[in-house]
Design a protein around this ligand. Sequence first.
Ligand code: ADP
Length: 433
Amino acid sequence: MKTAWSVEFTRILITLLSTILFGLVSEQWTLSVVIHSSLYIGWNVYQLRTFERWIRNGAPASSAPNASGIWELIVQHIHRTQKANKDRKKRLSKLAGHYHAVMSALPDATIVLNDNLEVEWANKTSQQILGVDPNRDTGHKLTNIVRDTHLQDLLERKNGKDELEMVSPIDPLKTLALTRIQYGKEKTLVTARDISQRIALQKLRKAFISNASHELRTPLTVISGYLEMLDIDDDLPSSMKRIVKNAHLQAVRMDKILDDLLVLSKLEEKGYSEDSGDTVDVPALLNRLVSDFQKTKAKEGHKLELVVQKDLLVKVVEAEFYSLCQNLLSNAVKYSPQGSLIKVCWSLNDTGNACLKVIDNGEGIAPENISRITERFYRANVNRIRKVGGTGLGLSIVKHILENYGGYLDIQSELSVGSTFTACFPRNRIEKT
Ligand code: ADP
């Protein structure tokens, strides 16, 4: 760089000396300045023209202007920048190629949609499990390629969910789990995973539980029958009385567990449905249930208070609704002290869902257990369970019933203060009177 500028300065110096010499010899100073500055400017304009032409033609290295001085320096800078750009481009396209290969090889279908929900990019798996051909379908709306109303709702964010399970449009034996991810400005990434194997395993597990429960039922009924006979037999030696009584109690409990397991597997088999069931007069049902409880559990001495919105009816299977209420109410009785108040409310909540609230002033649930008590066989206080009995399946049943109707269970609780269980049914289940 130093030499290029020295060449340029030498050139300017020679021009100046030549101007002075010519001026001294000819005594024509103006003419000397005009001639020499014209020569210098003309030479530079010529270089500029050659240079502009070279750049206009893409500045190929092979035909770079044969310049010296500052012009040579500029040519060198352009060369260097061009080379750096070329190297960066190569690196970027290598990286892009690498990512493209990784995305294409992903076992999950991956589709990029633009703001009109048209396919911008899709990998090979998209073709295999969703029927979206990256070559044929780019630029087409995904909902025109895969015709499914739930997918349409998912993409248009109608159901507020980001995930969906659907049968593959290519292979009816495959179940897919779709996820929608919003990124950048109005871009959507849709991924689909084949979960057929997981579903098959789940089915197998459910079938096993259901079959085992059925098979155990008959022998258990026989054992329970014999134990009951022995329990009431006056000739039984007194040393055996307590043993037989305990064994009978455990057999009855096992029977109840089998009952609940069968109920659960039936609920799982049924799954979510939009409009199953009939109109249930919930206020009347709750009146019946509460007075039954008052009669049968009178010895527990709980006070039951019922507050209902009289015209609020829902479309559900009555037996399921009854079982839900019964489970929540019997838990409130089991886990709160004798004589305490239990409140049962049936009304619309702020968001327009029909909700059953069961409020007790019992022992409450520790915060770390609240999210887990709807799991099968999960118990918050194992020592207490021994005294109160129970199967550990009641809340699982409640949760499943609600899920099948698109509802939810909310649990608020504080240790030693009490619990509020709120079972809500969505608006579409509410029946007008
Ligand atoms: P269980 O037959 O043991 O009552 P559930 O599924 O009905 O089974 O309840 C699961 C666990 O949740 C119970 O074991 C208990 O620890 C806790 N639980 C349920 N309801 C209440 C309540 N109203 N107050 C305190 N704990 C409760």
